[in-house]
Design a protein around this ligand. Structure first.
Ligand SMILES: Cc1cc2nc3c(=O)[nH]c(=O)nc-3n(C[C@H](O)[C@H](O)[C@H](O)COP(=O)(O)OP(=O)(O)OC[C@H]3O[C@@H](n4cnc5c(N)ncnc54)[C@H](O)[C@@H]3O)c2cc1C
Length: 272
């Protein structure tokens, strides 16, 4: 697709059609997360979306009510795609005795079950070195020299999709720096893959991990993301700096304030 040909309306069918996929694999990643694999009926089919778009999975809560949630695939090949999913189990967190609505159902779903998904247009559209910020409201392509990311936990997946797309596009020299926050090192998703992107694209991509709890072997950053951490890891923002974020609600609220305080233009701050 060429930039000039892009119109949200032309993609509307892609984003309204619901279809069935089969859960074929659920491999543990750590204590509360799995890599889910979903297969299409047609072994040649793909999600075929631009970065950064997600899907919505429909399912049920424990009461049997229909629930829909957003997920971002991190890998796809002909016939299937994979998504890491964190499970919010009941009776784990004192504030949330019932756990999450959809993910406990996903954890218990039998392999080879069919489930319904649909493709969705996210808050940022990337194609060929250019972006549309908030594509539901705006049709203007912009170019950014630098993309800053602040992600927490499972919020890495949309960022990873964009990092992958930019690093794999030889015509895109956009610089990227990510601050990725987790409770412990075991909670970090895609650590190996992010480190590999950093080694392969030294001049373009830098990743910084920060964790709340650590032992004496931990070499990364420590504690919650704050202004000082941003100042020591991010380049000074300009008009063409994009600041993206994806994490838990309370973290997102703080990160938006931090980006503004750090000098990222308000219009260039995007929450996935
Ligand atoms: C664009 C986008 C892409 C996303 N991509 C992914 C992805 O690739 N992978 C992924 O895992 N998620 C992703 N998410 C998050 C996902 O959409 C769901 O919000 C998440 O799976 C929780 O769904 P739920 O119905 O189980 O929980 P909900 O009922 O929605 O409740 C979730 C909230 O309840 C609280 N909570 C409930 N139980 C617990 C518990 N045991 N411990 C701690 N807190 C608890 C937390 O505040 C948590 O945020 C994405 C979200 C967006 C917006």
């Amino acid at each position: 697709m060429d930039q000039k040909d892009f119109k949200i309306e032309t993609l509307s069918e892609q984003f309204t059609k619901k279809f069935q996929v089969t859960l074929t694999l659920r491999e543990p990643i750590n204590h509360d997360s799995y890599l889910f694999r979903f297969d299409f009926k047609n072994p040649k089919e793909r999600l075929g979306m631009q970065a950064i778009q997600h899907i919505k999975i429909s399912g049920f809560n424990m009461k049997g009510d229909a629930v829909e949630r957003a997920y971002t695939h991190v890998f796809e090949q002909d016939g299937y795609f994979q998504i890491p999913i964190k499970i919010y189990r009941p009776n784990v967190h004192p504030q949330f005795p019932n756990g999450g609505e959809l993910t406990p159902w996903l954890e218990k779903l039998n392999l080879n079950s069919e489930l319904t998904i649909k493709r969705c247009l996210g808050k940022l559209f990337y194609h060929n070195n250019q972006f549309i910020v908030r594509p539901k409201l705006n049709n203007t392509w912009s170019q950014f020299d630098t993309v800053l990311f602040i992600c927490g936990g499972s919020g890495i997946t949309p960022a990873y999709q964009l990092i992958q797309s930019i690093c794999n596009n030889p015509n895109d020299n956009t610089k990227m720096v990510i601050l990725y926050a987790n409770k412990t090192e075991q909670d970090i998703w895609l650590q190996k893959e992010l480190n590999q992107f950093q080694s392969k694209h030294k001049d373009q991509f830098t990743v910084h991990f920060t964790v709340d709890k650590f032992d004496e072997n931990w070499k990364g950053l420590k504690g919650h993301v704050n202004f000082e951490m941003m100042a020591s890891t991010f380049p000074k923002p300009t008009e063409t700096t994009l600041g993206v974020l994806c994490g838990p609600k309370t973290m997102n609220k703080l990160v938006i304030q931090l980006y503004e305080q750090f000098g990222v233009k308000k219009d260039n701050i995007v929450k996935f």
